[in-house]
Design a protein around this ligand. Structure first.
Ligand SMILES: O=P(O)(O)OC[C@H]1O[C@](O)(CO)[C@@H](O)[C@@H]1O
Length: 535
């Protein structure tokens, strides 16, 4: 099927996407799909009925429906780690039982959610206090999946944030923790150590630093710490009382974990009911993903467009462009979600992949990106498929005129990518300015836009907790579908291990306790230079 798809793509490569609209008056409707009030439009791509049919056959051939059902039913589809993949259970608020090894995990999931909600309410209402009074600030210390999700979610849901102010520390660069802690009062700060394993060096080093900071001002620093982790022995050894430890099982992957305890900082900020609305949104997307036919299934369609652009057309990256300032950190979140999940070179059975692995994902909110890198997107020699998203409304009712300007910019970009501007059009524009001859031609050529560049647009009504939950779950399932089609395990991350091992070994070398013997010349030179400059 890969070859068939590539051959078909080659046969349609020269046609313009615009011509597809001329040939089919219903194209926009035929190549878009809805879920609730959300619309996913992929008509501004070179995918036609035949391509879509082949892509769906590709998904069917990979047993997508079977793999999806295996995931939801708790089979150990993360084969290299021998684990089930059940982040969906964390938002299965009113669903049925979910079994792992014959045990219904929902009792524990819902009990933990209730406990989180109780703790969050106590903090928000001032029942749980710091040693200097009501908690004013929360510092979440975590990295990767224990950071990116909550950081993104809090920013996305800022209009709903009426609890303590949440801050995030992730980088092992001491500058991060120092800058975050400096303005805070330790006596009214709650520190959350978010680490599934409770061994991650960055997080544990930052946690020790925060504890030392707190112990300068309060007599019992551990009393103002909470932990989000599966490793209860380690959280106890750190001195955190079990009543403030919120655990989750190994069937929740780090980058899929913000729906459970890792989301505590978000719950503290927005409160339990809004957090549950966020979960309900994701659950609604789960139900859609489970039930909708492939050709109407948003995560499946988003994935098939991704496969078409990257594995079939060979475009190396994709840009995620939210016209929503509050989705500022969505691209960073998706970088982990997509690249840690599908950046793999072997298939589940260890054989080399038949096709290239997942794409590079990057992006920035519009309109800021327009004034930075869109030049390359419009006129560079390479093609970057763009994934636009925009809310029909913003939360700032008194600034609706600004929102309309934002929307107009979003739509203008996808229109410009589609249409482009021909040499004739550019020449006419420059001739109207009085240019002639060779100078006219030279100036006109700089103003040509090749167009015919693919994009998709996701439109949603308003970025509420529920809609936000839907969007994140949509992308999670997209990554899963792409992984199934590629035949890889989207739920392990062995590629991060070697760097961790070498960093541990390099620690004493950088500290000057060991020499650089055995290191390559470049690494040795870098160590020597850093030492020479006082490192
Ligand atoms: O929550 P932990 O165990 O500290 O892990 C943090 C992150 O480290 C990784 O394991 C690898 O970078 C991620 O998958 C994970 O999200």
């Amino acid at each position: 099927m890969w070859n068939e798809l590539k051959a078909y793509r080659a046969s349609v490569d020269n046609r313009s996407i615009l011509s597809l609209f001329d040939a089919d008056a219903e194209r926009a409707g035929n190549f878009s799909a809805s879920f609730g009030d959300m619309l996913f439009d992929f008509s501004k791509t070179n995918i036609d009925a035949k391509a879509l049919d082949l892509l769906i056959k590709l998904a069917e051939g990979a047993d997508l429906a079977g793999r999806r059902d295996a995931m939801f039913s708790g089979e150990k589809i993360n084969e290299t780690e021998g684990r089930a993949v059940l982040h969906t259970a964390l938002r299965n608020l009113d669903g049925g039982p979910v079994f792992v090894d014959g045990e219904d995990v929902m009792l524990e999931v819902l009990a933990t959610l209730d406990r989180m909600e109780g703790f969050a309410a106590d903090v928000r209402d001032g029942i749980f206090k710091g040693q200097g009074g009501k908690i004013t600030d929360v510092v979440n210390i975590g990295i990767g999946g224990s950071d990116l999700g909550p950081v993104m979610a809090l920013q996305a849901l800022m209009p709903y944030a009426d609890g303590p102010k949440c801050h995030f520390v992730s980088n092992v660069d001491g500058a991060h923790v120092a800058d975050v802690l400096r303005p805070l009062n330790p006596a009214t700060t709650l520190v959350i150590v978010a680490s599934k394993t409770f061994t991650t060096i960055e997080t544990m080093t930052n946690a020790q630093t925060a504890r030392a900071w707190m112990s300068e001002k309060v007599t019992d620093p551990a009393a103002q710490f909470a932990a989000l982790s599966s490793a209860t022995e380690k959280t106890a050894a750190f001195g955190i009382d079990a009543s403030r430890v919120f655990g989750f099982e190994d069937w929740v992957g780090g980058r899929y974990s913000m729906w459970g305890p890792i989301g505590l900082s978000v719950m503290l900020a927005i409160g339990g009911p809004a957090f549950r609305a966020f979960l309900r949104g994701a659950q609604a997307m789960d139900n859609h993903f489970k039930a909708a036919p492939l050709a109407e299934n948003l995560p499946v369609l988003l994935a098939l467009v991704g496969i078409w652009h990257h594995q079939i057309c060979g475009y190396p990256s994709r840009a995620v462009l939210p016209y929503e300032q509050r989705l500022l950190r969505l691209p960073a979140y998706l970088q982990q979600l997509e690249m840690e999940s599908n950046g793999k070179r072997v298939s589940m059975d260890g054989a080399d992949l038949e096709v290239v692995s997942g794409p590079i994902v990057w992006g920035e909110p519009g309109t800021n990106g327009q004034h930075a890198f869109y030049q390359l997107i419009h006129q560079g020699t390479g093609v970057v498929p763009c994934e636009f998203m925009v809310g029909a409304q913003g939360h700032e009712a008194d600034l609706a005129h600004m929102h309309r300007l934002l929307v107009a910019n979003c739509l203008a970009q996808s229109e410009a990518l589609l249409r482009g501007r021909s040499l004739e059009e550019a020449t006419a524009i420059m001739a109207a300015k009085g240019l002639e001859g060779a100078e006219l031609e030279r100036q006109a050529r700089h103003r040509v836009f090749p167009g015919n560049r693919p994009s998709t647009t996701l439109v949603y009504p308003l970025l509420t907790p529920e809609i936000f939950g839907q969007i994140v779950a949509l992308y999670e399932h997209r990554v899963f579908v792409e992984g199934v089609i590629l035949g890889i395990n989207s739920f392990d991350q062995w590629g991060v291990e070697l760097g961790k091992e070498l960093a541990t070994a390099l620690g004493p070398v950088v500290a000057g306790e060991k020499g650089t013997e055995g290191k390559d010349g470049s690494t040795a030179l870098l160590v020597e230079t850093i030492r020479k400059h006082g490192g």
